[in-house]
Design a protein around this ligand. Structure first.
Ligand code: AMP
Ligand code: GLY
Length: 436
């Protein structure tokens, strides 16, 4: 490692703010001249990230601009947050410029970019998943359906909006028409998938092209309203770890859902580096993969990284090198983390912008507030600027302690139309008390 480790974080959301916070705790970066904050850059960032480290104004989809920025800053590593630059080939372009990156190549990011490719790899790797058929016409889609509900997945990046669970024939047909005929992006395809029941768990692993090291498990809450009602969002809250999935079970599941994918991609000459995120449906002993993402989850990261005791910078640098993670074991804080998302009025259909946020200074020290959709207005006030606005994370000895702390801290933070779920992490609170 060079004398002056420097990292550029790409992204503008709560996930990237949580990554910046974890990098600020890195022993490697802290030991550098000037301390950790001087070693960390972010682009484009947000007002919360800008309070912590230097930010730049290159957008996440400007691959050439990002390479130029990384070169100018002479960073040792670029840590890529969102999927868009991954699928666009940022990591490949950085490799051509001789700059290491935390994240997969475009070829490996197809696991997230194409649902059909992901399914094909899962089958080849022997990973348990839901039965499916890939179709390109409405009629083929209708005849692939064997019962309701059925899951219809658009075969491309759709910012979390490409999955429809159709309860009846009419909805299924309308969805297929919408996905295959109304917005034709080149050769559109849809994955028609068996509906699975159970409990969703996000299990992420850091990969070095050869091996996958699992992170602590988490759960997120995708629907906008309490009781998992209403439309899907990017995620309204999360917590970690998960009751019933201890370290041993994590290792078992990871061996079923991460390592075979890394091995299969390797056989095809596509080493996987960065985070492999398995979205799981768990029903007793039955574990199946719903989807892969090729990056940290948002808002899972906001709950998982505050519990990571190991040096995130070191982990990221190792992940960029083939075999770099050999011998690494991760250390975790035993406490529970709960993350609550505060969303703006109108989300997820729209997002209210410019609502002034107050109370940020009053949030307890022990709480971690990360910014997502915020901006500074002409008067320097922090205002809403997106759907998911802020994340509040607290740690506690029990799920109840963490949950109580997060809701208490959040009372102070207000803005017009603020939306939040009141049932985040109720599940582990109930189970933890009955399990012990
Ligand atoms: P995906 O983007 O594939 O994770 O799908 C988004 C959400 O749709 C998931 O988080 C699940 O809640 C739901 N979902 C996806 N596939 C299935 C399935 N086969 N059975 C039941 N629910 C599913
Ligand atoms: N929390 C779901 C995701 O990051 O895709």
């Amino acid at each position: 490692m060079s004398q002056d480790p420097k990292v550029l974080v790409v992204g503008a959301g709560g996930r990237e703010h949580a990554i910046v916070r974890a990098l600020l705790r890195s022993a490697t970066l802290t030991a550098a001249d000037g301390g950790a904050a001087a070693q960390i850059h972010a682009t484009p960032g947000n007002p919360g990230i800008a309070d912590d480290v230097s930010v730049h104004d290159v957008a996440v989809d400007d691959v050439a601009g990002l390479v130029t920025l990384a070169r100018e800053l002479a960073v040792e590593l670029v840590a890529v947050g969102p999927e868009v630059p991954l699928v666009a080939g940022l990591v490949d372009a950085l490799a051509d410029a001789g700059i290491a990156a935390f994240g997969p190549s475009a070829a490996a990011a197809r696991l997230e970019g194409s649902k059909a490719f992901a399914k094909e790899i899962m089958i080849a790797a022997g990973v348990p998943t839901a039965g499916y058929e890939t179709v390109t016409t409405v009629e083929a889609g209708m005849s692939a359906i064997t019962g309701y509900p059925v899951v219809l997945k658009y075969d491309g990046l759709a910012a979390g909006k490409g999955v429809v669970i159709a309860e009846d024939e009419q909805t299924a047909r309308a969805t297929l028409v919408d996905m295959l005929e109304d917005h034709q992006f080149g050769d559109a395809a849809v994955v028609v998938e068996q509906f699975l029941r159970g409990e969703e768990v996000s299990l992420l692993a850091v990969c070095d092209g050869e091996r996958a090291i699992p992170l602590a498990p988490a759960q997120d809450y995708k629907r906008i309203f309490d009781g998992d009602e209403g439309p899907n969002t990017g995620g309204m809250g999360s917590y970690s770890p998960v009751v019933g999935i201890d370290a041993e079970r994590v290792a078992e599941i990871s061996a079923q859902v991460h390592q075979p994918i890394v091995d299969e991609l390797n056989r095809r000459g596509i080493p996987f580096h960065g985070v492999l995120y398995a979205g799981l449906m768990i029903d007793g002993d039955d574990v199946r993969v719903l989807e892969y993402n090729t990056r940290f989850g948002d808002p899972e990261t906001q709950a998982v990284l505050p519990r990571l005791r190991s040096d995130l910078y070191d982990l990221m640098v190792r992940s960029a090198t083939v075999g770099g993670l050999a011998g690494v074991t991760l250390e975790w804080d035993d406490r529970w983390a709960v993350t609550l998302v505060l969303a703006s009025a109108g989300y997820p259909a729209s997002a209210s912008k410019g609502d002034v946020i107050s109370g940020l200074d009053a949030v307890a020290e022990a709480t971690e507030v990360t910014h997502a959709g915020t901006a500074r207005d002409a008067d320097g006030r922090i205002v809403t600027a997106g759907g998911r606005v802020l994340n509040v994370t607290a740690l506690g000895a029990t799920p109840a302690d963490a949950r109580d702390a997060v809701y208490a801290a959040t009372e102070a933070v207000t803005f017009d139309g603020r939306q939040l779920r009141t049932d985040i992490a109720l599940r582990p609170v109930e189970r933890f008390s009955t399990a012990t």
